[in-house]
Design a protein. Structure first.
Length: 162
């Protein structure tokens, strides 16, 4: 697969990725445009948080080393993903991939590989040493996908409601 990236540091960032079947663009979603993300985040959860709570959380996330992107094919938004940037004592400067969602009809066409290649290159451009991500236990397809990209399972993610 041919993958080509154009990185830009402009405020409204558009990054293009080409593969043999379609042209993709990864557009940075700014804080004031966060509503574009809501429909996709709702699809990630069987019982999503109430919309007002989701809005509050997203607005707070934008102030915490979080970046959000829309995935576009031929000028149509077909998905989203988020990236967290931090320094970890065990991994150095790190990029954590969050809430990757691609519309079902576009899955299985190589977009995920193009997306992850872009994310890796983007993280390297921001001097990251490692990549991290979480995947739901029952999402076996994603486990295989990420392991095929060289990710290893290093632990468990625990969650407790307070």
């Amino acid at each position: 697969m041919l993958v080509c990236f154009i990185l830009s540091v402009a405020k409204n960032m558009t990054i293009l990725a080409e593969n043999r079947t379609m042209e993709l663009a990864f557009n940075k979603i700014l804080k004031e445009d966060f509503a574009l993300v809501l429909p996709y985040l709702k699809k990630l959860h069987e019982q999503p948080p109430h919309e007002e709570l989701l809005k509050e959380r997203l607005l707070e996330m934008f102030d915490q080393n979080y970046e959000c992107f829309g995935i576009y094919r031929d000028d149509k938004m077909i998905g989203v993903f988020g990236l967290w940037f931090m320094t970890r004592h065990y991994a150095g400067r790190s990029c954590e991939v969050d809430h990757v969602y691609i519309e079902e009809q576009y899955q299985g066409k190589g977009l995920g590989r193009s997306l992850m290649a872009f994310i890796h290159q983007y993280a390297e451009s921001k001097d990251c040493e490692t990549m991290e991500l979480n995947s739901y236990v029952e999402n076996f397809g994603s486990h295989k996908f990420y392991m095929n990209l060289g990710y290893i399972i290093r632990g468990y993610h625990f969650l407790k409601k307070l």
